[in-house]
Write a protein that binds this ligand. Structure first.
Ligand SMILES: [Zn+2]
Length: 280
């Protein structure tokens, strides 16, 4: 039984480390919902969620181009969206680390967001300090592969690789970046995250929940999916591609690169929930 720790009565815990307010749900919302259904304590921790007063022009433009006036606290709005999404998936209330997003750290253009970290950007050190104590006791850690090369995703992947036991980490394929570039490879070298194997989890039972949770981020849906009405078809097409890629017998999957322990856990959770009668 995966839902009870061997050594006590405590429930097992999973922590998903999300760069931005939406990444964990878009990329691994199905696995998170399945873990919660299996009795796990699941929490999403998002790294870059700070409200910043008097933002630089490029940072402000990322708010204005979503139709939000300059006097709205954009990040407060997004933190509220995130709380609603986690509730929809049956997860614990999220943790929002007050680190500033890249446009507030000197990355001054769309292209700059996809360049390697700036030499004067010290946020990675602060992030590692924040993650170390939070990840040490987690039975399972989920994190981005950083497909798409967004600097915040890359710094998150590096910080998780530096602070959590590699065997317990499962690395998700960054959605929606992976939709735009299905064959893109993760920039974190394999030795940076330990030995991994791909595991694809059947998310057919929770795909509707994942879609509903993704729709809890209305400020992001136009930019990321082309509108709220396209979220369902996009997420189901991505899940179908993952299942096909794994030559699976089921229709919808999420594929992760998992360390040894994480691979075993996700295999067991996926099998138990797609076959609740235990007849497999
Ligand atoms: Zn992101």
């Amino acid at each position: 039984m995966t839902a009870v720790k061997q050594a006590g009565t405590e429930l097992p815990t999973a922590i998903a480390v999300s760069p931005h307010l939406d990444d964990a749900v878009f990329s691994a919302g199905g696995v998170l919902a399945l873990l919660a259904r299996a009795g796990w304590q699941v929490r999403v921790l998002t790294c870059f969620t700070a409200s910043v007063a008097d933002p630089r022009p490029f940072a402000l433009s990322t708010q204005l181009d979503k139709g939000l006036p300059a006097d709205v606290d954009y990040m407060a709005l997004r933190r509220a969206e995130d709380r609603a999404a986690q509730r929809r998936l049956g997860l614990l209330p999220p943790v929002h680390l007050p680190l500033p997003e890249a446009p507030h750290r000197g990355y001054d253009s769309p292209a700059a967001l996809f360049q390697p970290p700036r030499p004067d950007d010290t946020v990675g050190t602060r992030l590692r300090r924040q993650l170390r104590r939070r990840l040490v006791s987690a039975d399972l850690v989920l994190a981005p592969q950083a497909i798409g090369d967004h600097v915040d995703h890359l710094l998150t992947a590096r910080a998780v690789a530096a602070t959590a036991p590699h065997a317990r980490i499962a690395w998700w394929r960054d959605t929606p970046y992976v939709i735009r570039a299905p064959s893109a490879r993760a920039p974190v070298p394999p030795d940076g995250r330990g030995a991994t194997r791909e595991v694809t989890v059947d998310i057919g039972a929770v795909l509707a929940d994942k879609t509903a949770a993704a729709q809890c981020y209305p400020t992001q849906l136009g930019f990321q999916f082309g509108g709220v009405e396209r979220v369902g078809e996009t997420l189901s097409a991505t899940a179908r591609a993952a299942a096909l890629g794994a030559a699976a017998s089921y229709a919808f999957g999420e594929a992760l690169e998992a360390g040894h322990t994480a691979h075993r856990i996700l295999g067991a959770v996926g099998a138990a929930l797609s076959d609740p009668a235990g007849t497999a």
